[in-house]
Design a protein around this ligand. Structure first.
Ligand code: AP5
Ligand code: MG
Length: 219
């Protein structure tokens, strides 16, 4: 299955992508996760990425497009497809994705727009905690770990993302409104878009997605 998850920060893209990827055995490609890994390496590129991400603005299209285009060439994508999470995020990125898929000779099956209320987004992002070791996503109230600060799956240390402070979250939401939201129309016009509610809890939303994929013959 070749899927794009589109939605504002905090819609739950990463959370659903991880579950779908594990259950359906499809590679999960999150540009945010890739950038956080490079950032942690403290290379020159890592420092540049840190600057963009900590300000809540987008990384330039040329950098993102190159990384995703290279990733899509790997064999696992040819075999099982992909779940793109956080990409594309601008019109030039969507066009670059079209070209990259055309070059490989494949097409998108579905773009899922996770429509989510602002009040919910703010409480989700300020309470998010992530495992340093395995990247599992928790929330201090909605999805609390069994032991505070410790990952349920690998016992790694949980941390708060630098860009989850309230003022940076507000900036990211503005950037989403200004640069990403237009992709809803871009994909709607090509009849590839399906809208679901990102406000649902994790299990309910997973069930909605699973039913949708079943109906579209994608399972
Ligand atoms: P990125 O990491 O992609 O961040 P984002 O798009 O802002 O989205 P988030 O990861 O914040 O939210 P999510 O939808 O994944 O929610 P999650 O599942 O974690 O990008 C970060 C930065 O990298 C960008 O600002 C930019 O600088 C750069 N970047 C990345 N991609 C780029 C691109 N293509 N172009 C340019 N720059 C790029 O859930 C959030 C919280 O809610 C968690 O605590 C979770 O436990 C909880 N939760 C999730 N689902 C539910 C639910 N259904 N019910 C209750 N709680 C839930
Ligand atoms: Mg995410």
């Amino acid at each position: 299955m070749r899927l794009v998850l589109l939605g504002p920060p905090g819609a739950g893209k990463g959370t659903q992508a991880k579950v779908l990827s594990n259950k359906l055995r499809i590679p999960h490609i999150s540009t945010g996760d890739i950038f956080r890994e490079v950032k942690a390496s403290e290379s020159e590129l890592g420092k540049k990425l840190s600057d963009y991400m900590n300000r809540g603005v987008l990384v330039p299209d040329e950098i993102v497009n190159q990384i995703v285009t290279d990733r899509l060439q790997r064999d696992d994508v040819k075999d099982a497809g992909f779940i793109l999470d956080g990409y594309p995020r601008t019109r030039p990125q969507a066009e670059a994705l079209d070209r990259a898929l055309e070059d490989i000779g494949i097409h998108l099956d579905s773009v899922i727009y996770m429509k989510t209320s602002k009040r919910i987004i703010l409480s989700r992002l300020t309470g998010r905690r992530i495992c340093k070791a395995c990247g599992s996503i928790f929330h201090i109230k909605n999805i609390p770990p069994k032991q505070e600060g410790v990952c349920d799956y690998c016992e790694g240390e949980l941390y708060q993302r630098d860009d989850d402070k309230e003022d940076t979250v507000l900036k990211r939401l503005q950037v989403y409104e200004d640069q990403t939201k237009e992709l809803i129309d871009y994909y709607n016009d090509r009849e590839a878009l399906q809208t679901v509610s990102g406000d649902l809890d994790v299990r309910q939303l997973y069930d909605v997605l699973y039913e949708l994929f079943g109906k579209e013959g994608l399972l």
